[in-house]
Write a protein that binds this ligand. Structure first.
Ligand SMILES: Cc1ncc(COP(=O)(O)O)c(C=O)c1O
Length: 474
């Protein structure tokens, strides 16, 4: 079955997987994970090795992010769980501090429109109003636009280091200072950049050195190079962090105390992460970040030399978004989704991202995302030559425009303000759109254009159906 999967090593897939290029890390992670396999992370009082590994992982992350001893933390199962817990904590603290005045008020979560979707999920799950602040077409957010939205009903403001879709660093110091002045929690989402930016040259302070930053998430299963299932959430102050916990003696069984969302949990990802962090240490991460820095420099240089293509905004760190250069005539432009489809033919997978029309009507450009990993340094020439060749193949081909499909869907009642398809209708629509089966090498440009233009509830129903059908027994 694994033969059908996209390659996880070698850097050919520029999203989802984070290959350091160091073969020994796989062996090390496997050995540590195997040792911890029978444990249950539910109860470190019974299995103290779990607490010991957590102390080391949290300690390393805290030093890396310049936290003082008042910064404490938790190892979670991944970026989404860290973000969920940061939101739950802030909401609970807001509820406590607004107990007298909040009657009936739903707290707000303010974030740039480029913040990770985990915060939309958190707002849904924990009953906050998600308030996305519009960015410029290249994904830049102005500090003043975020600060203007900070009112008494705001439980949390989120900034990213960097944001996934664009690789841009949000104006963290300005926003955190303003939040702190108003007594509002401020989370820095370092899920993506947390284990890279500490060694990236020339950045302004974005971590616990910044006054007003109350929590930071950093994923060990991304640029910490650990297998999936590990992230760290750090919170400033014990009192704040304790609001994250769930404990109860109100049932008939064993006393329950959970720092995270799960009950029983595997200790294997933690053990693997612990071993890798111990092995790499500060020097190892510095060296690997040096590779990514050189890769980013080379990729940006190569894109500058490709007519019709551009790097969107001024990204820092390991994420770059490629977009069409609309300053040249249409016949010379390179559409990023056509480029992504063409790159498959050259053996590389870059990630198409649909455009986003924001509440104020300003559209964040559609793009192709590149997660740059150290292993790419070994074949950087091969990668940049493939980019140039793929761009030559698609230059002048306009972005996909599935107008006929959209018109058909409107006729069927799935247009703006229309109905939302149930499972059977959604499956039929997917097949009508030619998206009834997916594979790593399937062209994505039309599907992405469709997802951007459909009413969101319809697009979301189609996505759910696509994934749900994949694991339904036949
Ligand atoms: C900035 C950012 N936050 C949160 C997440 C969610 O992380 P995960 O996929 O580990 O749940 C990601 C994932 O790419 C991310 O880039």
């Amino acid at each position: 079955m694994r033969a059908a999967d996209a390659p996880t090593h070698g850097g050919r897939v520029l999203s989802y997987v984070y290959d350091s290029g160091l073969a020994e890390l796989d062996e090390l992670a496997d050995a540590a994970a195997r040792l911890a396999r029978p444990l249950n992370g539910l109860d470190p009082t019974v299995f103290p090795s779990i607490a010991a590994m957590e102390r080391d992982v949290i300690g390393f992350t805290r030093r890396m992010l310049h936290g003082s001893r008042s910064v404490v933390g938790t190892v979670t199962s991944g970026g989404t769980e860290s973000c969920l817990l940061a939101v739950k904590t802030a909401r609970d603290l807001w509820r406590t501090s607004h107990a007298d005045s909040a009657g009936g008020v739903r707290p707000r979560l303010v974030a740039p429109a480029t913040a990770h979707a985990a915060f939309i999920k958190a707002a849904q799950l924990f009953d906050l109003e998600f308030d996305p602040v519009p960015c410029s077409p290249d994904g830049t957010i102005a500090a003043t636009d975020l600060i203007e939205r900070l009112g008494d009903d705001v439980a949390l403001v989120v900034v990213s280091a960097p944001s996934y879709p664009t690789g841009l660093l949000d104006p963290i110091a300005e926003v955190a200072a303003a939040a702190s002045g108003r007594g509002i929690s401020c989370h820095v989402d370092g899920c993506f950049g947390g284990f890279v930016l500490p060694w990236w040259p020339g950045l302004p302070a974005w971590d616990f050195r910044v006054r007003g930053v109350t929590s930071i998430s950093a994923d060990v299963h991304k640029f910490g190079y650990a297998p999936k299932g590990v992230s760290v959430l750090l919170q400033r102050g014990r009192r704040r962090q304790r609001a994250q916990y769930f404990a109860t003696t109100g049932w008939a069984g064993y006393p329950i105390v959970n720092p995270t969302l799960l009950g029983s949990r595997s200790a294997s990802p933690l053990a693997a992460a612990w071993a890798i962090i111990e092995h790499l240490g500060d020097d190892g991460y510095r060296r690997l970040t040096g590779s990514i820095h050189r890769v980013a420099h080379a990729v940006r240089g190569a894109v500058d030399d490709i007519p019709g293509l551009r790097v969107i905004g001024d990204p820092i760190g390991p994420a770059i978004a490629l977009g069409s250069d609309d300053s040249v005539p249409a016949s010379e432009r390179v559409d990023p989704h056509r480029l992504a489809d063409a790159m498959v033919g050259h053996g590389w997978k870059i990630q198409p991202q649909p455009g986003l029309v924001q509440q104020n009507g300003v559209r964040i450009a559609h793009s192709a995302h590149l997660t740059l990993t150290p292993v790419i340094e070994h074949r950087i020439g091969e990668f940049t030559r493939a980019l140039a060749a793929a761009a030559d193949e698609v230059r002048g081909t306009p972005a996909a425009d599935p107008w006929l499909l959209l018109a058909t869907l409107r006729l069927l009642g799935y247009g703006p303000g229309g109905r939302v398809p149930g499972p059977t209708a959604a499956w039929r629509l997917l097949r009508l759109a030619g998206a009834g089966s997916v594979s790593a090498d399937r062209p994505m440009a039309t599907l992405m254009a469709l997802l951007e233009r459909l009413p969101r509830p319809v697009a979301e129903a189609l996505l759910i159906e696509l994934l749900a059908r994949m694991s339904e027994p036949r």
